[in-house]
Design a protein around this ligand. Sequence first.
Ligand code: GDP
Length: 139
Amino acid sequence: MAGNITLTMIKPDAVKKNYIGPILKMINEAGFRIVAMKYTKLSKEKAGEFYAVHKERSFYGELVDFMSSGPIVAAILEKENAVEDFRKLIGATDPSKADEGTIRKLYAASIGENAVHGSDSDENAAIEGDFHFSKLERF
Ligand code: GDP
């Protein structure tokens, strides 16, 4: 059964370019409810922990440096079929391959600096939600 939450991060590139507002507008208009949200910055250590699954990949160092390079917005989003529907809304990892009208097509510059994160499974949505938020921070 599909779960009803996903975890997103508006990444440092999109924050720097003042895209927080437009991206949140798209998230709201697509029918997601914000359960939890914070403006924060990941240390290198925390970014490394978040992306530990990619530790062996060639781009891991670059990814950790990028994700700790500036503030991000982290949020838990709720909607039926949240993980899959949010992946559709954000588009492909590489913005040049993302569908028209998706967040990455509109706001991302490259495969590395791609504006937003979205969980890839219900299991990871739960793990990533717990990474950023306590129970008291969810409404
Ligand atoms: P996602 O689930 O669409 O975010 O993609 P992945 O799980 O495959 O990769 C996680 C993140 O690593 C991506 O969102 C990118 O920020 C980064 N990434 C993936 N592939 C590359 C790459 O080839 N080069 C660089 N620099 N970063 C990458």
